[in-house]
Design a protein around this ligand. Sequence first.
Ligand SMILES: N[C@@H](CCC(=O)N[C@@H](CS)C(=O)NCC(=O)O)C(=O)O
Length: 244
Amino acid sequence: MDPYQLYYWPGLQGRGEFIRLALAEGGIDYVDVARRPEAEGGGVPSLLRVMREGASVPPLAPPILVAGELVLAQVANILLFLGRRHGLAPSDEAGLYHANQLQLTVADFVAEVHDTHHPIAMGEAYETQQVEAKRRAAYFAKDRIGKYLGYFERVLEGRDSPGGAYVFGADPSYVDTSLFQIMRGIEYAFPRAYARVEPEVPRLRALRDAIASRPRIAAYLGSPERLPFRENGIFRRYPELDEL
Ligand SMILES: N[C@@H](CCC(=O)N[C@@H](CS)C(=O)NCC(=O)O)C(=O)O
């Protein structure tokens, strides 16, 4: 089978990173198409092309995964597909739906993080909506980081078992790689707010560290494909939004 094709805005981690991390953990072959040069069929034009004409059910927005004839969008949906196919999700029905439930909760969190710097218009610069962003971010930093991370900590607490470093036991799933990403991301974007929550989430911290030291993840994190967090993605560090 041809390698999967991932399409995502080039030059940033963004939501594409949740897919890249799962692909890395699974040792799954893929081409990050829009990161290739335009002259080789990559770049933004390749992404726009697959959105316009690539699918029986067209995607609204990236990330997009092409698997043969199948064109899939929505992070949680793509991960469900990869998780089932590549052993990155529980194999029983309840486990699979629970993985999806948790990933959808990650997606809700990601949307809230995004809205701290773009509360009004996603297509306009942060600087044009800074007043609203400050208000939105103050609420997010005060209430929402603790609520979401506290929730994921409770999920892990309920699953405490001698053999289980990960959400579903001894083997990591795509939910674990996603939790790794939000832990790293929130610490980057909201270091002060995160510092207040950190003591309350020991299991999440242990999970983050366990994922970081997985051999394939460690190799990916040390590779040029792992772009740094910066002020063009979901997790942005604007100190004025991280005031307590
Ligand atoms: N819920 C979707 C959100 C997709 C999304 O918002 N993608 C962003 C990039 S991270 C985008 O390009 N949005 C364009 C738009 O919504 O107009 C997912 O999880 O995949």
